[in-house]
Design a protein around this ligand. Structure first.
Ligand code: DGL
Length: 266
């Protein structure tokens, strides 16, 4: 029960998931990996995504984790089933199902899903929403410029013009927006300035309830009264990782450690 939870993304985006998890499960130990050397995942093939994520899962298993959270829509859309089959001994959850359930609970009718190329090309959101309700109008839009703008820290200077270009064509079409990438909550306030009066559904929040109830139902939650420990790793440059994330993630005394997977980059 005191074993850590492993959480990963291609970079700083999954910290938006870690942030919520810390809040609702303060006693849990957690290990986070940002696989920055392979970022952006949204431009990678399924074969590449499988290779990277298997390496990450192997690392988590060597660290004795009790659960793995894909804090990433791109891998949740493309390789979740494969990872669950490779590692049947460990619960692995992705972000998409819980985000769709959050969306459906709000009874909205016309939604725009924004996400990476690889997530949009999988049509996972549309498929799952229509599995439950065919009458919902689902628009899908790849927004590949956004992850690099977040990872480089350029989002701090304001990227509303780019957001306007992406979102304006849909302003009268939809009542809601699914942030189908865990990097996007970081620029939520800027989005709200250009795409107002919408319901926003964030894949970073929805997954946390699922993790929490899974641990409870399976009696896996940590019993300790102490605050959980958090270890953060990046396969990229720790200084750059800190620069792009310190505007929204509160590190307190946490260090960012470099993780060298020594894998050939496909
Ligand atoms: N944050 C990830 C997602 O939710 C990955 C984005 C990327 O690396 O392209 O899809």
């Amino acid at each position: 029960m005191d074993k850590p939870i492993g959480i990963f993304d291609s970079g700083v985006g999954g910290l938006t998931v870690l942030d919520h998890l810390k809040m609702i499960l303060p006693h849990e130990n957690m290990i986070y990996i940002g696989d920055n050397i392979h970022c952006p995942y949204g431009e990678k093939t399924k074969e590449q995504l499988l290779k990277y994520t298997r390496e990450i899962c192997d690392f988590f298993i060597s660290q004795n984790v009790k659960m793995i959270v894909l804090a990433c829509n791109t891998t949740s859309a493309n390789v979740l089933n494969e990872l669950q089959q490779f590692y049947p001994q460990i619960p692995i959850v992705g972000v998409i199902n819980s985000t769709v359930h959050d969306f459906l609970s709000r009874h909205l009718k016309r939604v725009l899903v924004i996400a990476t190329h690889a997530t949009i090309q999988s049509h996972k959101y549309k498929e799952i929403i229509h599995h439950y309700d065919q009458s919902i109008q689902v628009y899908e839009l790849a927004t590949p410029k956004l992850v690099p703008l977040v990872e480089s820290g350029q989002y701090k200077e304001g990227i509303e013009d780019i957001l306007k270009d992406y979102l304006k064509p849909y302003i009268h079409q939809v009542d809601s927006l699914i942030l189908g990438c865990t990097h996007y909550p970081i620029i939520l306030d800027q989005m709200k300035n250009v795409f107002y009066d919408k319901d926003y559904i964030s894949s970073s929040e929805a997954i946390c309830e699922e993790v929490s109830s899974y641990l409870l139902v399976h009696h896996l939650h940590c019993q300790s009264e102490q605050m959980g420990s958090i270890q953060i790793y990046t396969t990229g440059n720790p200084q750059e990782f800190r620069y792009s994330s310190e505007g929204f993630f509160d590190y307190q005394n946490l260090e960012i450690q470099y993780l060298d997977f020594k894998s050939e980059i496909l």
